[in-house]
Design a protein around this ligand. Structure first.
Ligand SMILES: NC(=O)c1ccc[n+]([C@@H]2O[C@H](COP(=O)([O-])OP(=O)(O)OC[C@H]3O[C@@H](n4cnc5c(N)ncnc54)[C@H](OP(=O)(O)O)[C@@H]3O)[C@@H](O)[C@H]2O)c1
Length: 319
């Protein structure tokens, strides 16, 4: 089975590519920048030029492909093109997959779409899910939770650098996941016919509130965090205000996205059933404590090495 991965340079996409190659799948990555994607080539993937905002580049990428995994989304830095990528581009992708008679289309979507259909990106993802289902292409849709990787930027780095952490006053629970584990589910689904034409809500084994993540970071860093609370009503007002202006639409969408992670989630029952379907044991899944611990150990070691190099340089100067 040959795979086409869209979004291979992204946080989740790169884990999918790496695990697929490790499992022996021939992997082709649709990329818009060869230099940026060079690491995927070094891992053993084939690179092909494609850009979701240039639909005519898509069909050629499907030659000889049996399954596609779409882990792409517009970058927050790409202002004004959310619709071009996450709607027009995805429609072109589905059409090309249909023409190429793809045997499985795996789509990485997001949880809580229905509650947030006021957010354009959420509405588009919901619409794309419908289009995939209508396309007659065998599919698997994963509605994903927040990634551990995002928590590094949101909590770990600010704690280490003594920068403020912004949290809302809603102390709600999110069952985050490591992208390596999400990738595991995506690849397993290719081997499990019972996951065909199904939508799965993928969540981690434990729900976390922001205060727990902050204390974990404080414990590991050995220093206190500077926590600033931003009331949820304020966040909503800013979002609505920016939404009035065309230039602010993209920023407004991104801000509104923050709200998504502030919804009470309890996936314990469904998560248990899901792990059973995918034959994944809970102990195979990385816990946030372990993920953070590894990150802090690696980072503190690097800082020690840098300090050591500085001391050596200073010594050499003195000599
Ligand atoms: N991050 C989260 O916490 C989270 C939570 C729930 C669901 N999700 C969903 O999970 C999926 C993966 O998220 P992620 O955080 O891994 O994404 P990401 O790191 O932002 O990566 C986005 C990927 O999409 C590619 N891309 C963007 N515009 C493109 C275009 N015009 N043509 C071709 N490729 C394009 C990017 O390529 P370049 O490198 O060239 O920019 C990159 O590989 C997305 O569907 C996202 O909505 C994410």
């Amino acid at each position: 089975m040959s795979l086409l991965v869209i979004g291979g340079t992204g946080t989740l996409g790169r884990q999918i590519v790496l695990q697929a190659l490790t499992k022996g799948y021939p992997v082709r990555c649709l990329v818009r920048n060869f230099r940026k994607a060079n690491f995927l080539k070094e891992w053993g993937a084939e690179l092909i030029y494609g850009d979701l905002s240039v639909p005519e580049t898509i069909p050629l990428c499907f030659q000889g492909i049996t399954a596609v995994i779409d882990a792409s989304t517009s970058r927050p830095s790409d202002l004004d093109i959310v619709k071009t990528v996450d709607w027009d581009g995805k429609l072109a992708l589905i059409e090309a997959a249909k023409v190429a008679k793809i045997k499985r289309f795996i789509f990485c979507s997001t949880q809580n779409l229905e509650q947030f259909s006021n957010i354009p990106l959420m509405k588009m993802k919901q619409g794309i899910e419908v289009k995939i289902k209508q396309s007659q292409i065998p599919y698997t849709i994963f509605r994903l939770t927040g990634f551990y990787q995002g928590l590094i930027e949101q909590y770990a780095i600010p704690i280490l650098e003594n920068l403020p952490i912004w949290v809302t006053n809603e102390n709600t629970c999110v069952s985050y996941m490591d992208t390596q584990d999400i990738a595991k589910f995506c690849l397993k689904s290719l081997q499990l016919p019972e996951t065909e034409n199904k939508t799965f809500f993928l969540g981690g084994p434990k729900g976390w509130v922001s205060s727990e993540i902050i204390s974990l970071g404080e414990q590991l860093a050995g220093q206190s965090a500077k926590v600033n609370q931003i009331p949820l009503f304020f966040l909503k007002s800013v979002t609505q205000f920016l939404g009035f202006f065309e230039w602010g639409q993209n920023i407004s969408d991104r801000l509104a996205f923050v709200e998504i992670l502030n919804v009470e989630n309890d996936f314990s029952k469904s998560t248990f059933d899901l792990y059973k379907t995918f034959k994944v044991e809970t102990n195979e899944i990385t816990q946030l404590d372990d993920y953070f611990l590894e990150y802090f150990i690696r980072l503190l070691k690097r800082l020690r090495d840098i300090n050591f190099e500085d001391i050596q340089k200073q010594k050499n100067l003195i000599i």
